[in-house]
Design a protein around this ligand. Structure first.
Ligand SMILES: C[S@@+](CC[C@H](N)C(=O)[O-])C[C@H]1O[C@@H](n2cnc3c(N)ncnc32)[C@H](O)[C@@H]1O
Length: 273
C-alpha cells in the first residue's frame, strides 16, 4: 500500500499532465499483472508473437511506435530496440518503474511520449461546437492518431492492448462529474473505438493491433453470468490469431467467478467503407 502510494506520488511528479485516474489504473494494472502473472503468461506471449510477426513483415525498419506501451509486459522491447533505429512508446501514463527499466537496460533509441490517444477531448470540443452552431456535420474527422503523421520515417505502428482501454476510459469519463455526458453523442464511445481503427487504417505504414474485443463472466460450473462487447458495436478487423485471456481468474475478483476476455490480433488494419 505504502509502495503504491509512493509510486503514485512519483508518477504525478514525473508525468504531471497524466490524469490521476490513469495513474491509479496503471498502478492497479501493475499490481494485478503481478498477482495474475501465471494466468496472463499465454496472452502476453501471444501478443509478443503477433508483434514479432509484424516486425518480420517490415523490410525497412526506421521508426516504430507502440500505442499503449504500458508496463512493456506484452511488448518485445528488446527486439524492437535492436531492430529499429527509433522506438517511440506512447501511453497516457508512463510509470517511473517502466522509465527506469528502459534506462537500466540501456535502450538508447527508446523514447516516451505521454499522450491521451482516445480523441475524447476532441469529440467533446466538436460536440460543443455542434451544439453552439446547430450544425450536424462539421466535416472534420476525429483523427485521434493524426499526431503520428508528424513522426518521421514511420515504418510500423503497434496498437498493444489499448483499444478496449480507450473505451473503458471514455465510459468512466462520461460518467464522471465533468465528463460532458450531456453534450456528447449517444454513440460517443463507439465513435472513439472506430476513430482508433480508422486512424490505424489511414497510416501509410504497416500496422498491427492486438486487442480484447469481448468478455464473459462465468461461474465455476460454467454458467454464464454476463457477456460484454468491449468495442461497443464496432466491427473488429479480421484477425490472423485469436485467443482467450483470463483477465480475472477465479479468486481475483470473486472466489466463484472468472472473467475471460477474447483477444484478437490483426495486421494491416483496414476499415469497411
Ligand atoms: C492493458 S494495458 C496494455 C499493456 C501493455 N501493452 C504492456 O505491455 O504492459 C493498456 C494500456 O493502455 C493505456 N491507455 C489506456 N487509455 C489510454 C488512452 N486514452 N491513451 C493512451 N493510453 C491509454 C494504459 O495506460 C495502459 O498502459
Amino acid at each position: 500500500m505504502l509502495a503504491e502510494a509512493l509510486l503514485f506520488a512519483v508518477t504525478r511528479l514525473t508525468s504531471p499532465r497524466s490524469r490521476s485516474a490513469a495513474v491509479r489504473d496503471a498502478i492497479g494494472l501493475r499490481a494485478r499483472a503481478r498477482r495474475c502473472h501465471v494466468a496472463w503468461a499465454e496472452h502476453q506471449a501471444r501478443t509478443r508473437a503477433a508483434i514479432d510477426r509484424a516486425i518480420d513483415g517490415v523490410a525497412v525498419r526506421r521508426t516504430v511506435v507502440v500505442l499503449g506501451s504500458g508496463l512493456l509486459l506484452d511488448v518485445p522491447i528488446d527486439r524492437l530496440s535492436s531492430m529499429f533505429n527509433r522506438v517511440v512508446l506512447v501511453d497516457i501514463v508512463h510509470l517511473p518503474t517502466v522509465r527506469l527499466k528502459v534506462l537500466l537496460r540501456r535502450y538508447p533509441n527508446v523514447t516516451f511520449m505521454t499522450r491521451d490517444i482516445s480523441g475524447y477531448d476532441k469529440l467533446a470540443e466538436q460536440s460543443r461546437i455542434k451544439l453552439a452552431t446547430g450544425q450536424d456535420d462539421l466535416g472534420v474527422r476525429l483523427d485521434p492518431l493524426g499526431f503520428l503523421r508528424k513522426i518521421d520515417e514511420l515504418d510500423l505502428v503497434i496498437s498493444a492492448n489499448v483499444l478496449s482501454q480507450i473505451a473503458v476510459g471514455a465510459v468512466s469519463r462520461l460518467h464522471s462529474k465533468d465528463g460532458q455526458a450531456r453534450i456528447m453523442p449517444d454513440d460517443a464511445v463507439a465513435q472513439l473505438v472506430a476513430g482508433h481503427l480508422d486512424g490505424l487504417a489511414q497510416l501509410p505504414c504497416k500496422t498491427v493491433i492486438v486487442t480484447d474485443v469481448s468478455y464473459i463472466r462465468r461461474r465455476r460450473d460454467g454458467g454464464v453470468i454476463e457477456t460484454r462487447d468491449l468495442l461497443h458495436g464496432v466491427t473488429p478487423p479480421i484477425p490472423f490469431d485469436a485467443w482467450d485471456w483470463p483477465v480475472a481468474p477465479f479468486g481475483e475478483e470473486s472466489a466463484d467467478e472468472e472473467r475471460v476476455h477474447h483477444v484478437i490480433a490483426a495486421e494491416d488494419v483496414a476499415v469497411d467503407l
